[in-house]
Write a protein that binds this ligand. Sequence first.
Ligand SMILES: Nc1nc2c(ncn2[C@@H]2O[C@H](COP(=O)(O)OP(=O)(O)OP(=O)(O)O)[C@@H](O)[C@H]2O)c(=O)[nH]1
Ligand SMILES: [Mg+2]
Length: 397
Amino acid sequence: MNPTVGLVGKPSVGKSSFFNVSTMNSVPEAEYPFTTVEPNIGEAYVSVKCPAEEFGKTCDPRTGFCRRNKRFVPIKLFDVAGLIPGAHKGKGLGNQFLSDLNEADVLVHIVDFSGKTDIEGEPTEEHDPRDDIEFLEEELDMWYLEILEKGIEKFEKQRHDKKPLDETLAEQMSALKVKRSMVKRCLSEKDLEKKPAEWTEKQKISVANFLRKESKPMVIAANKMDTEEAKKNFEDISKETKYEHLEIIPVSVHAERALKKADEKNLVEYVPGSNSFEIRGDISKKQKEGLENIESFLKKYGGTGVQKVLEKALFDELRLIPIFPVGSEGLTDEKGNVLPDCFLVPEGIKAREFAFHVHSDFGENFLYAVDKRTERRKGADSELKSSDIVQIVCSSK
Ligand SMILES: Nc1nc2c(ncn2[C@@H]2O[C@H](COP(=O)(O)OP(=O)(O)OP(=O)(O)O)[C@@H](O)[C@H]2O)c(=O)[nH]1
Ligand SMILES: [Mg+2]
């Protein structure tokens, strides 16, 4: 049920490093291409404001954790093999690795902004990160195109009881999380509701592109921003109108790692996602210098970017909102745990849909919900808002 984020990019950009730092894992990372072959799956977190403080309480999360009134809610994170140009035709580790991304609801494209790795992930100097931004989108579109073409073939082969085009295409592409409503909208916007056998190559690519963007929205992580070269590239690229439509977030996985490690050792207090930290323990002169560098990085870019990337992906691209379900006793469940659960659900969700989200029994036997801030009842079709605390009241069977 947890939303799933897939990390994509060419080899050696820092996908596994990003995965490790946000899931507290230690899968191999290295400066040569194709370090990762099999996908890694782990639990990362996005933070939301914890409502317990409003009530003068602290929460007892069943999953995730809470620090300084920030509730960290689990999400699923995937780290996959690097992609190189031609991957959809089997280059590099080939297209079977593209299907490792099927399950992702949203993608984070990690780009090495330092320019120190070439398009295949080998060490170099002055590589242009613009090339990476472009090739990856093309590669993903080609992957979608291949599956779309199979759907068109299937549609053309049907003889009797022909299924509608949108239904056939949506079925063929369902593993990619393409929904029928997306296909319907795409065909109607592009005026392509008929005769797919007559679509031009350009039209097919534009359908693949539309469905890819709808079913796998993307955020760009400009990684290795701790290097001077990356800072310069970021300055230039983020100003260009060509890239205005993209959400490019400056990131230093290394800075995040240094802070998390120092926090674990109680040398600093660092809450992931913050733009500052406090020095706690006794630190050496060298550690102090390192931390000062990181401090100025946080000031300049508003944080290390790791949390920001995940939060942009979930809250801005997928438009999810947090909702806290509770039992009949104030803010607790039947065991007395304060705000034990936090669900990330689509914006605009209605009370009964949310009940189904928590448990199908709750949905089926739904009577009404109670907004615990106001103690007002909410009917089945009443919309929930971000950070609502709700009790679901059911009929006894
Ligand atoms: N300077 C700098 N280097 C980084 C950063 N993040 C990762 N790296 C380095 O980039 C290299 C590649 O990192 P990986 O995490 O193995 O990259 P990957 O994208 O998973 O690579 P493949 O598995 O081969 O596709 C390693 O040497 C990392 O230490 C960062 O924030 N700053
Ligand atoms: Mg890797």
